[in-house]
Design a protein around this ligand. Structure first.
Ligand code: GLA
Length: 377
């Protein structure tokens, strides 16, 4: 007995601290329970921390980026994404805060499309259109979560299998989304999908950022640079006309860094604000390209977006109306945050002039989008 005890004491004294100090331990995300959905499915939260103390919390419900704590120019941390403290906030309904969007992000006009001569009818959830995957898109599914330690940093790999016919889409689609928090304060999102029947696929992430902090008022003083010299104009229900037009001479020209609030009132939309697909490429790139940079003069935080995708939806939270109560009782009002959703163009399944989003059996869907934080004095 005595011998056992002393062996244990020796282990505690020497081995335990050594184990705790192993570098790879710091790279493993921490998984904690995050409640249960109405049908009793458990949801987990994965917290990823890097060497700078940056912390990102991802939940398996919707693959949502629920928290993102990052330093400002003086090293002071704030949570820069909108969200809720508990699962109930998300289950009660919200405008896609932080979520993975699929199977088809953005709008499909009249909730219909034709593929290989067959017409498919989708769930209409945006007037007569289908938005962000339909009534129960990927943002409302519980993904399988797996903590992964990678040389680049802590990661969580999420998997969701969407059944043939789900929300009206053909084919069983197996999607994985891996979030990796790197030591250069970037959140890298690697998407992958395969199908057993031809189907449209357009995945994205719908994080709402306010670089001053998620509860810090509006983002109109943030400065945006978008390396997109074209956009896809749309009708008043945000369905593209099919044309790709130059931004030059319009309030959509952010090719030079411009304050978001400068020309926002010139936009003819109801509600007023940016909610538009910008075009910076013609196809998917093999490696992520830098397409956007946002600077917040107040906190000094910057956000760069790099993506393989040819389009990006810039949305200024026009529909936020202070009704949902966020983290710590935060009130999210109109223009309280912005989204930069890397994507293929809206209504692509009905626009043969746009790059195709059809994934066929045997093909691999691969997208990488990186949200990289920095500071400027
Ligand atoms: C996207 C759409 C917007 C709006 C938001 C969610 O950004 O383009 O019109 O639906 O999602 O409120």
């Amino acid at each position: 007995m005595r011998r056992t005890l002393s062996a244990l004491a020796l282990f505690t004294l020497f081995a335990a601290p050594t184990l705790a100090a192993k570098p790879e331990d710091a790279k493993m995300p921490v998984e904690t329970p995050f409640g249960k959905t109405a049908d009793g499915t458990p949801v987990s939260a994965f917290t990823l921390t890097n060497k700078n103390g940056v912390k990102v919390k991802i939940i398996t419900y919707g693959g949502i980026v629920a928290e993102w704590h990052a330093p400002d120019k003086d090293g002071k941390f704030a949570d820069i994404v909108c969200g809720f403290d508990d699962l109930k906030g998300y289950l009660d309904g919200h405008p896609y805060f932080g979520a993975i969007i699929g199977r088809v992000g953005n709008r499909v006009g009249n909730a219909k499309f034709t593929l290989d001569g067959k017409e498919y009818t989708l769930a209409a959830n945006n007037g007569k259109h289908s938005l962000h995957g339909g009534k129960e898109g990927f943002d409302k599914k519980v993904w399988k979560g797996e903590a992964v330690s990678t040389p680049a940093g802590p990661a969580v790999k999420l998997t969701y299998t969407s059944k043939d016919g789900e929300e009206g889409y053909p084919g069983t689609l197996v999607s994985t989304v891996t979030y990796t928090l790197t030591d250069d304060n970037a959140l890298r999102i690697d998407y992958h999908a395969t199908t057993d029947k031809a189907t449209p696929v357009n995945l994205t992430n719908h994080s709402y950022f306010n670089l001053s902090g998620h509860n810090a008022g509006d983002i109109l003083n943030h400065v945006l640079e978008l390396k997109a010299d074209k956009y896809t104009p749309g009708d008043d229900t945000l369905i593209p006309t099919g044309k790709v037009e130059p931004v030059k001479g319009t309030p959509y020209d952010f090719t030079k860094p411009t304050r978001i609030g400068d020309r926002i009132k010139e936009i003819k939309a109801d509600p007023v604000g940016y909610d538009l697909n910008f075009v910076h490429g013609a196809k998917r790139e093999a490696a992520p390209q830098s397409v956007a940079k946002v600077t917040d003069p107040k906190s000094g935080r910057t956000l760069e977006v790099l993506t393989t995708e040819p389009g990006i939806q810039f949305y200024t939270g026009n529909f936020l109306d202070g009704k949902v109560k966020g983290k710590g009782g935060a009130v999210y009002n109109q223009y309280g945050a912005f989204c930069l959703e890397a994507q293929f163009f809206p209504d692509s399944p009905n626009k043969s002039e746009f790059p195709s989003i059809i994934l066929k059996p045997g093909e691999q869907y691969t997208q990488t989008t990186i949200y990289k934080l920095g500071v400027t004095k």
